[in-house]
Design a protein around this ligand. Sequence first.
Ligand SMILES: *Cc1c(COP(=O)(O)O)cnc(C)c1O
Length: 420
Amino acid sequence: MYTGNCKPFDSRIWLSSPTMHGEEMQFMKEAYETNWMSTVGANINEVEKLACEKTGCKYAVALASGTSALHLAVKLAGVQTGDLVACSDMTFGATVNPVVYEGGIPVFIDTEYDTWNMDPAALEKAFEQYSDIKAVVLAHLYGTPGKMDEINAICSRYGAVLIEDAAEALGAFYKGKPCGSLGQYNAISFNGNKIITGSSGGMLLTDDAEAADRVRKWSTQSRENAPWYQHEELGYNYRMSNVIAGVVRGQFPHLEEHIAQKNAIYERYREGFRGLPVTMNPVEEEHSVPNYWLSCMLINPEAMCSQVRSDCEVLYTPEHGKSCPTEILEALANCNAEGRPIWKPMHMQPIYRMNPFITREGSGRAKTNAYISGGSKGMDGRPLDVGMDIFHRGLCLPSDNKMTPEQQDRIIAIVRACFE
Ligand SMILES: *Cc1c(COP(=O)(O)O)cnc(C)c1O
């Protein structure tokens, strides 16, 4: 129960805000001065080259956002009306919405505790039940790679296309291989709060030359090679601007530096929380080098005070020696620091509540939408699925790479005070 008495930070401590270095301005200015103020130009060519170098992918197409990259990846996978697509469940909505843009039906796959990503055992169950699943969209949450070997093996066995949502994982590695190169079609994002940013922007990455060409064409309104505007297929205005590309170009050389800062933040939290009944988000160091995009914490079941969440509201009961994500987020907000709940699982979202949801035990649909706890049980007394359990007990901590160690120590003290 929060017993602290905080003096709010003078300036807000953000979850994860853009960190500029100067070169970005230089490249934007160059675009301006040479009048390449459009979706063509040197910055775009350069960021595509840089992304290929970083990820080892042969081809990169710079786009307006990570979401547009995922949309065109879903099109490349050939998803059509009524096709089933297995998707990460505990993730940002942008992972799965593009499936629906194409008329596909997301089948949500439960999460595993080792990496907080798609559970291969649940994916296997999904294919047993729906052998015609056409594609799999897997997100690496908070910069920690998922269990790619297992998931790749399942996709190969069933002939499904693997799409990697590496929006949060640029710069992370799985068994020595860069995230953004692990699926057939891969998406990264330069949204304002990602590890590096263009203020917005994204990219599709692949080793398939023909696929890259199709994306290039689709993203610029699908013009055919003709003297006039000739169209044979549906087009989109999805190309990255050369001004945005200037920002991304200036950020790329700082990727490793940002990761080192985020890593230090993660380690400082881990040290600072020693003795508390909490764990940090997994980083699976044996197989992976994460990018530490966000530091998150998970409260042990026995240290949770009662917390109930309905669709849009939450209640909790303060208790000595215990806390809950709501209490901690409130305490942080009162001190002018920004935390965030864990991504609420997609199978619990009203828009997706009727979609299939598969756990490692087999099929399941959301049975209740409000949870009470002492531990990890739902209102009906049954254990929560893994995604809802992490949503219930976890939260994202302020992880801004401009936060000073002193500021972070104060954040740690606020969290500690919640358990007094
Ligand atoms: C940010 C994000 C996206 C979307 O990227 P945008 O560039 O904002 O469109 C997709 N998936 C995940 C997991 C993300 O975190």
